[in-house]
Design a protein around this ligand. Structure first.
Ligand SMILES: Nc1nc2c(c(=O)[nH]1)N[C@H]1C(S)=C(S)[C@@H](COP(=O)(O)O)O[C@H]1N2
Ligand SMILES: [Mo]
Length: 535
């Protein structure tokens, strides 16, 4: 007897819903703004004639999007059931509707304004993968049944064992049309797929709601901070050079957390303990008991390659770590603060950098906005002159004042240096590598930095020739990077290599010795190739 159609459809439906749940969970984990289903709903609204949309809004009021999502879910369920049904004919036929659905989901996700394909497509992929796996799992007992059915009644396996492992089951249930072992196997598989789907769906929902709650708390904060104003002298005025100030959405993001911590400012605490006279537990409000410090500071990553872009400059507002630590009273012999974030990541920061006059801070705002969640909301540490991996703890919740010889922090455990003062660096933004330029003067430009030390200039070298000075904008603000430009007079036609190096305050040039980013930051000169053509 062949397996019943209903079982195939049910398997398709269950597998399909499991896929949706998986995509929901992955979207929530990655904080993708629109889950595939929501993205499809948005796309549908965009593609629908405006009159119809208005009617929908009028008819359903504020719930128009929820209604649309519901309609999409019902339609999807029908497709899932149909996909399962197709599986009865052949295995690969099932994949067809899933492939089409994933394609629609992918397109919808990608046309969401400001989407980033590398992450936003992952929920779609997770959904597709789950569809395939779940459907395959669920259809095994049905296929086993059909394999036997196709062989005809005389081919029923002998009692006591068969190639498909159904054991003794030749009796077929009148209601489901399945043999007892196959029915049991199907039920077990459905239970497993269903349980995983429910867990993934609920997990995704919990995460998404928490994130929404924190985003709401963030938007309601209304911090008394100022908006950034860029000092005019910081601009070199050359098209193509990186913006001196980095807007929040463009600021590089690095962290080990898979799911970004979601902390309500009302619940945030920083515990300060270890080698201190008084243990402290600070609340978010405590950070506002004194005056906030606001300043421009450039943050960069130790794993930034020569010419790389893991560096940004922002206007940060916060409470000086110096003040906080003097409240706690640091004891003699301590030389480090072991910082821990809510997600368990750790870094070891030299006590001196947190207590000297460089204005290290517990930052609450970035470019006049509460910290974006990805950048450590509600509180992160920021220390001018140190790479992020030893200083810029996001979602910071614990400070242990201690000694470097008593612990080993996250990246130090993984082969990176215990101490991470930033190295002098510079980069060419124009001309871009591979660019073709007309004959004549070439104006080059880019960025240079040496936070907390500053630079006295930059030099460029064309085709390995003599180093000639460029011009640096506003070199007084030593904790931020600098824009620079240099005029290369009358560059002849042909292929060229341009190099740049910065000079420290003593005039010592940045080293040309090439070093890898591991263990304590890359060195070497950035270079670009460009071609000058006639006319
Ligand atoms: N909690 C936490 N904080 C962290 C990290 C991390 O992995 N987890 N990475 C550090 C590293 S290596 C860098 S370079 C900076 C990057 O900060 P950003 O993502 O705000 O640019 O954060 C630092 N703070
Ligand atoms: Mo980093």
């Amino acid at each position: 007897m062949r397996s019943p159609r209903g079982a195939w459809s049910l398997a398709g439906l269950l597998g399909g819903l499991a896929g949706l749940a998986a995509s929901h969970l992955v979207a929530a984990l990655l904080h993708v703004r629109s889950t595939p289903v929501v993205a499809v709903a948005e796309l549908a609204v965009r593609l629908t004639p405006p009159g119809l949309v208005e009617w929908g809004i009028e008819a359903f009021g504020v719930f128009d999007k929820a209604v649309l999502v519901l309609v999409i879910l019902v339609a999807l369920s029908a497709v899932f059931a149909w996909a399962g049904h197709l599986g009865r004919r052949s295995w690969w036929l099932t994949l067809l509707p899933y492939g089409v659905l994933a394609g629609i989901g992918a397109v919808a996700v990608l046309v969401v304004p400001g989407s980033t394909p590398s992450t936003d497509l992952l929920p779609v992929l997770a959904g597709l993968l789950t569809w395939v796996v779940a459907t395959a799992l669920l259809s095994v007992p049905l296929r086993v049944q059909d394999g036997r059915a196709a062989a005809g009644p005389g081919a029923a396996p002998a009692r006591g064992g068969s190639e498909d492992g159904t054991g003794d089951g030749t009796e077929v249930d009148a209601e489901t049309g399945l043999s007892a072992p196959n029915r049991r196997s199907l039920l077990v598989r459905m239970g497993a797929v269903g349980a995983v789907a429910v867990l993934a769906g609920l997990g995704g929902e919990v995460l998404a709601r928490r994130r929404q709650g924190v985003e709401r708390a963030r938007s309601l904060l209304g911090l008394q901070v100022t908006r950034p104003t860029v000092p005019p002298a910081a601009r070199i005025g050359l098209e193509g050079v990186t913006s001196w100030e980095t807007p929040n959405p463009d600021f590089y993001v690095i962290h080990t957390a898979f799911a970004v911590p979601t902390i309500d400012p009302a619940d945030w605490r920083l515990r300060i303990h270890g080698m201190v006279d008084r243990e402290l537990v600070l609340s978010f409000d405590d950070l506002f008991s004194g005056r906030l410090t606001e300043r421009w500071t450039t943050l960069n990553c130790v794993s930034n390659e020569i010419g790389g872009d893991l560096i940004g400059n922002a206007w940060w507002s916060g409470t000086l770590t110096q003040q906080v630590l003097s409240l706690a009273g640091v004891q003699d012999g301590a030389d480090a603060v072991l910082q821990t974030s809510e997600d368990g990541w750790t870094c070891g920061t030299p006590l001196e950098a947190l207590t000297d006059d460089r204005q290290a801070m517990l930052a609450v705002a970035m470019n006049g906005q509460p910290l974006p969640v990805e950048h450590g909301f509600p509180v992160r540490t920021l220390v001018p002159g140190l790479y992020g991996y030893v200083s810029a703890c996001k979602w910071v919740v614990d400070w242990e004042v201690t000694r470097f010889d008593r612990f080993s922090a996250y990246w130090t455990e993984n082969g990176w240096a215990e101490q991470g003062p930033v190295k002098m660096g510079s980069r060419i933004d124009v001309p871009r590598s591979g660019e073709e330029l007309p004959a004549g003067d070439v104006i080059a430009g880019g960025m240079a930095w040496f936070q907390h030390t500053g630079i006295s200039g930059v030099e460029v070298s064309l085709d390995g020739g003599a180093w000639t000075p460029g011009e640096v904008a506003d070199s007084r603000r030593i904790d931020s990077w600098f824009q620079w430009r240099a005029v290369l007079p009358d560059v002849p036609t042909g292929e060229h290599v341009l190099r740049v190096r910065a000079l420290d305050p003593d005039g010592t040039p940045q080293t040309g010795v090439v070093a890898d980013t591991v263990p304590d930051g890359a060195t070497g000169w950035h270079e670009v190739d460009f071609t000058v053509t006639e006319g």
